[in-house]
Write a protein that binds this ligand. Structure first.
Ligand SMILES: [Zn+2]
Length: 308
């Protein structure tokens, strides 16, 4: 079996304002590195477009309708201080959710060992009822619920190494012990949540890192806190909220990870998936705003996924 990669041309058509860090060039940078020969074995699939009903796995209908009504016929519209939508953003968001759910279907059907979804808009800041931080719908949360509803997964672990705390994912699973949410993130930093004391129903594991922390600190956080919790939880599925903005080149934060740290963490989570979830692992792109740092990080991450 191979590593599967989902992308879609629609992800380039979700437009944000000039100078906005979450921009289509991010996906062009990823496409460029993954065009290299070493990635030829990737099983490349165009993302299916999700039905609107999939959004209801993590968001109420009133919220879904509100976002749909915000989509402009032309130009740009702001749905939150940082979150901008354009005419194709609705379809792009449905393709991002469609890709995440298809990736879940693939690992449960044995069509792939693991899957990387290169999609935008990202998802981990989207709360049940609130778009924020460049995110409209919470792709990882919807995918986790889809795995539970459609494939009978009992316990899903979501590991979020984006430099920002995934307040949306935490919000959605705050009182749901069937999902373990583990996050490393810089603190203080946007969105301000993610203290170690925020533990939900005992299923939320936040490991805030000080500005300037390097990959060694990240590896220690995983080894000493997060991996033991995953082992104890025995997940049927691991989802990675794979943001690469903790890379030292990234302009939005002050952590100093390298692409090798992301490869290391990928390998560790693949080990967990091998022990507990028949290798089922789905990785969803979140942040990462320096195009070179993002390209190097995705190459290291996907390269490690492909080693199986
Ligand atoms: Zn981020």
């Amino acid at each position: 079996m191979a590593t599967r990669l989902y992308t879609h041309p629609l992800f380039l058509e979700h437009l944000t304002s000039p100078g906005h860090p979450e921009r289509p060039d991010r996906l062009r940078a990823i496409a460029k590195v993954l065009a290299h020969d070493v990635f030829d074995p990737l099983d490349r699939v165009e993302a299916p477009i999700a039905d609107e009903a999939a959004l209801l796995l993590a968001h109420p209908e009133t919220y879904v309708r509100r976002i749909r009504e915000e989509i402009p016929a032309e130009g740009l519209e702001r749905v939150d201080a940082d979150t901008v939508v354009s005419p194709r953003s609705w379809d792009a968001a449905l393709a991002a959710v469609g890709a995440a759910n298809a990736a879940i279907d693939d690992v449960f059907a044995g069509r792939a060992d693991n899957v990387f979804v290169a999609a935008r808009p990202p998802g981990h800041h989207a709360e049940k009822n609130r778009a924020m931080g460049f995110c409209l719908f919470n792709n990882a949360a919807i995918a986790a619920r889809h795995a539970q509803k459609t494939h009978g997964a009992e316990r899903v672990a979501i590991v979020d190494w984006d430099v920002h705390h995934g307040n949306g994912t935490q919000d959605i699973f705050w009182d749901d012990p069937s999902v373990l949410y583990c996050s490393t993130h810089q603190m203080p930093l946007y969105p301000g949540t993610g203290k170690a004391s925020e533990t939900g129903a005992g299923n939320i594991v936040n490991v805030p890192l000080s500005p300037g922390s390097d990959g060694e600190t990240f590896q220690q956080a995983l080894e000493s806190i997060i991996l033991p919790r995953i082992e104890e939880f025995r997940p049927d599925l691991i989802i990675i909220s794979a943001g690469f903005d903790a890379h030292y080149r990234d302009p939005l934060a002050e952590l100093n990870f390298t692409e090798r740290d992301f490869a290391w963490a990928t390998a560790k989570l693949m080990d967990c998936a091998g022990r507990w979830s028949s290798n089922r692992l789905v990785s969803l792109l979140e942040g990462g705003y320096d195009l070179e740092g993002l390209g190097l990080s995705v190459a290291a991450h996907v390269g490690r996924l492909m080693k199986g």
